[in-house]
Design a protein around this ligand. Structure first.
Ligand SMILES: NC(=O)c1ccc[n+]([C@@H]2O[C@H](COP(=O)([O-])OP(=O)(O)OC[C@H]3O[C@@H](n4cnc5c(N)ncnc54)[C@H](O)[C@@H]3O)[C@@H](O)[C@H]2O)c1
Length: 323
């Protein structure tokens, strides 16, 4: 019987991951945690938890008999640039705390499986941009990307040295409608839908031809759970897997939205986020993920736009500006 702790559950991914895991493993077996005082998305079992407080993390893991941890708490690419030291501390020490607890539990005969997400931000300006291979030059330029690259190294190190069963995905930009995005460079691809639904023009902070790898939330959640459920001996990559969803640029997304809202207008005013996007891949080669644990993307642009349009009904205050 698995007992699963998800840290960072008030965020964009955590909120949906908890729902999917609860459906699969039952409400008694999924513990949602975040630094906030309460669950923003109605998680049944919720703990207020600062991932930097390793004693309390250990207490919760022991108290609930946790067998799997998803460590999602982080500062993202845009918010990380506003507070680099805070981003480094949270992103690195949060992961290290979990890896250390997993090492100790493993040595005591109580193995803990760990999921921690990396990002396409771990790549950089000298990475090949088209069909970026699993093993490529990685020279990230943001503190967020640097923390993800270092985190990948740590994961592989803890696996090789201490046999910690840690698994990771280099998430592309994740598009969803349930919760607002958390301050990343790809947030435009969510904000644009809200602007269209409000009947407003969208001022895009990336240029029209800025192609980036993206993934729709249901695919991202499926990839995450499939990786965590795969037999350990099939997981050849212990840093983080490339996982491709789809790739598009703001011009192509705006065109797809215009099929629903012919009056929809977009303008382009690239800001400092353009410089970040310019160092990221356009598309990913996910051969390893396909071969090792059977990954295949399911959702293309048409279906994504249809589903986003169907689900974004009411305007969400602040989202336009948050992106
Ligand atoms: N969303 C994306 O497009 C994307 C892409 C690539 C990688 N990722 C990675 O996935 C993970 C989750 O991303 P997200 O988009 O859901 O982020 P988010 O910002 O929406 O959510 C992060 C959550 O972590 C919580 N948190 C912050 N500090 C904490 C602490 N000290 N202890 C416990 N909780 C804390 C926040 O309250 C928030 O609810 C991150 O590691 C991120 O780097 C996300």
């Amino acid at each position: 019987m698995e007992r699963i702790l998800v840290i960072g559950t008030n965020g964009q991914i955590g909120s949906e991951l908890v729902e999917a895991l609860t459906e699969k493993y039952g409400v008694d077996n999924v513990i949602a945690a975040d630094i906030g005082p309460h669950s923003l998305y109605g998680a049944e079992c919720y703990e207020t938890l600062d991932v930097l407080d390793s004693n309390r993390v250990a207490q919760i893991i022991d108290g609930y008999g946790v067998t799997q941890v998803y460590q999602l708490a982080a500062l993202l690419s845009v918010t990380g640039e506003q507070a680099p030291l805070k981003a480094w501390t949270l992103n690195m020490n949060g992961l290290l705390n979990i890896l250390e607890i997993a090492r100790e539990r493993g040595q005591a005969g109580k193995p803990l499986r760990v999921f921690w997400p990396s990002s396409i931000a771990a790549f950089g300006p000298h990475t090949p941009t088209v069909d970026t291979p699993q093993l490529a030059v990685m020279d990230p330029t943001t503190i967020y990307g640097i923390s993800k690259q270092a985190g990948e190294r740590l994961c592989e190190y803890y696996f090789n040295k201490f046999d910690v069963d840690v698994r990771s995905i280099r998430y592309p930009g994740i598009i969803s409608h349930k919760s607002p995005p958390g301050g990343g460079t790809t947030d435009y691809a969510i904000a644009i839908f809200h602007a269209a639904q409000r009947g407003e023009r969208y001022d895009c902070y990336l240029g029209p031809e800025t192609t980036l790898p993206m993934i729709y939330m249901p695919d991202a959640i499926r990839a995450t759970i499939e990786l965590m459920e795969a037999p350990a001996d099939q997981i050849r990559i212990r840093s983080a897997y490339n996982v491709a969803g789809l790739s598009f640029n703001p011009r192509e997304l705006a065109q797809a939205i215009k099929q629903y809202f012919p009056q929809f207008e977009i303008s382009y005013q690239p800001d400092q986020r353009q410089a970040i996007a310019d160092t990221w891949p356009h598309s990913l080669d996910d051969t390893y993920a396909r071969a090792d644990w059977g990954w295949h993307a399911g959702i293309g642009l048409q279906q994504l736009v249809e589903d986003m349009m169907a689900n974004i009904k009411a305007p969400q205050c602040g989202l336009h500006h948050a992106a």
